[in-house]
Structures are given as C-alpha cells and as structure tokens.
Design a protein. Structure first.
Length: 65
C-alpha cells in the first residue's frame, strides 16, 4: 500500500512524504520526501519498478527497486 503524508514543522516548509506499507498499514517505510505543496495522485509503473507521483509542480518518479 502506498500513501502520502503531509507534514509541516511549525515555522517550516510544507513537505509531502511518500510511504509504503507491506502489512496493511501496521508499519510504514519512507520512499521519499518531496518539497511540494500538494500531491494529487500516485501511480505504480507497469513493471512495478517505479512509483509516479503527480504533484502541483509536475510528476516525480520514485524508484522501487
């Protein structure tokens, strides 16, 4: 399962952290932190090697392998 967690430390910039869970959300591992305001969509690549993240600043690619 893939999810985005919006985070902001008081007085700091807003960040979006993409995380993965292999146990239905009991534990999470970070895949990457993006310096963007908003994430609109996540899409798994056809070969399962990349996760594509649609943001307010374009598309980011996170390698999974």
């Amino acid at each position: 399962m893939y999810a985005v967690f919006a985070e902001q430390v008081k007085g700091g910039p807003k960040t979006q952290t993409v995380r993965v869970s292999t146990d239905a959300g009991a534990t999470w591992s970070d895949l990457g932190t993006l310096p963007v305001g908003e994430v609109h969509d996540l899409a798994l690549g056809i070969d399962g090697a990349n996760l594509y993240v649609g943001t307010d600043q374009g598309v980011w690619r996170l390698g999974l392998r």
